[in-house]
Design a protein around this ligand. Structure first.
Ligand SMILES: Nc1ncnc2c1ncn2[C@@H]1O[C@H](COP(=O)(O)OP(=O)(O)OP(=O)(O)O)[C@@H](O)[C@H]1O
Ligand SMILES: [Mg+2]
Length: 286
């Protein structure tokens, strides 16, 4: 593996919250290649947010280390890192401070010292991607929760970061909003960006990510291709995760039907079922 292809490398990392000595994550070792789309799952308190905050440099590992694009998070400031790593925190309200949506989105690019033309272009692109046009002059804190999250996402997109880290970005979103956000992430992934998303929506993990890391009580329980992770329901139960219903159905169907056992989406299971039904129909007629 070429070291230049690694976006995030975590080496035997542990984080302990003081003063009560809460060991939130421990023994964490993994790396994420540039351009991967990774889901992080696990029950409440499993350590997902703590892990992300360590990657962002908002927290510094108690032991072990984290390299982002080859640089130890101890050696850069959070502000320096923010130009490469965009993040949406679990509570996006902590990230809102401007008077209007446009000003909120323009803040990052302006801070990067870009020209007014470039700032304008990036703001318009971010507004269009997040479909926030009707709110451009609104006061961000006054928007509904789902739209507040979108404003934060837009302000991160305007920085055009190489790595995008989202901590439960779909909380408070309706069905359409969830998919809009995941589609934005997919669009960036297709442009080669690295995406890390924490969510409790297993259907979103299965539909959008390529790889899934399941955390359990601060440790890695599973780290594999998403279909491989979801085909281990008994292990996932240790961290209170159940695979999407479609995956459960695929696994429950009799083997002799010769259908995919690790289906992640309705299409992945539905298409072969339709195909086999049509084939049976054809044979009946023949
Ligand atoms: N500021 C803090 N001080 C002390 N302990 C903390 C702090 N923040 C989190 N913890 C503890 O660290 C552990 C991991 O918490 P973390 O927030 O990382 O979990 P999580 O997987 O993000 O959970 P959730 O799904 O609820 O967001 C939990 O036991 C939690 O109580
Ligand atoms: Mg969390």
């Amino acid at each position: 593996m070429n070291l230049n292809d690694i976006a995030i490398a975590i080496e035997n990392m542990e984080y302990v919250y003081q003063p009560h000595d809460v060991k939130a994550v421990r023994g964490i070792t993994f790396s994420i290649q540039k351009g991967e789309f990774v889901g992080i799952i696990g029950q409440n308190g499993a350590g997902k947010t703590t892990l992300l905050k360590n990657i962002l440099g908002l927290l510094i590992p108690t032991s072990g280390r984290i390299l982002v694009n080859g640089v130890d998070t101890r050696d850069v400031t959070v502000a320096e890192q923010a130009t490469q790593v965009g993040f949406v925190l679990q509570n996006p309200d902590q990230q809102l401070f401007a008077q209007t949506v446009v000003e909120e989105i323009a803040f990052g690019p302006r801070n990067m010292g870009l020209s007014e033309d470039e700032i304008h272009e990036r703001v318009e692109e971010a507004i269009s991607l997040t479909k926030l046009d009707m709110f451009r002059d609104s006061f961000p804190p006054a928007l509904p929760k789902g739209d507040r999250a979108k404003v934060v996402i837009a302000s991160v997109l305007a920085m055009r970061p190489e790595i995008l880290i989202l901590d439960e970005p779909t909380t408070g979103q309706d069905y359409k909003g969830c998919h809009q956000i995941m589609q934005i992430a997919r669009g960036l992934h297709e442009k080669g960006r690295t995406i890390l998303v924490v969510t409790h929506h297993m259907a979103l993990v299965s539909e959008y990510t390529e790889r899934t890391i399941a955390l359990c009580q601060g440790e890695i329980l599973l780290d594999d291709a998403t279909d491989v992770v979801f085909s281990q329901p008994t292990i996932l139960l240790q961290t209170q995760v159940t695979p999407p219903q479609i995956t459960q159905l695929a696994m429950a169907l009799p083997r002799e039907l010769e259908l995919p056992t690790a289906a992640l989406t309705v299409t992945q299971l539905g298409d072969p079922i339709l195909q086999s039904a049509r084939e049976r129909e054809r044979l009946k007629k023949a």
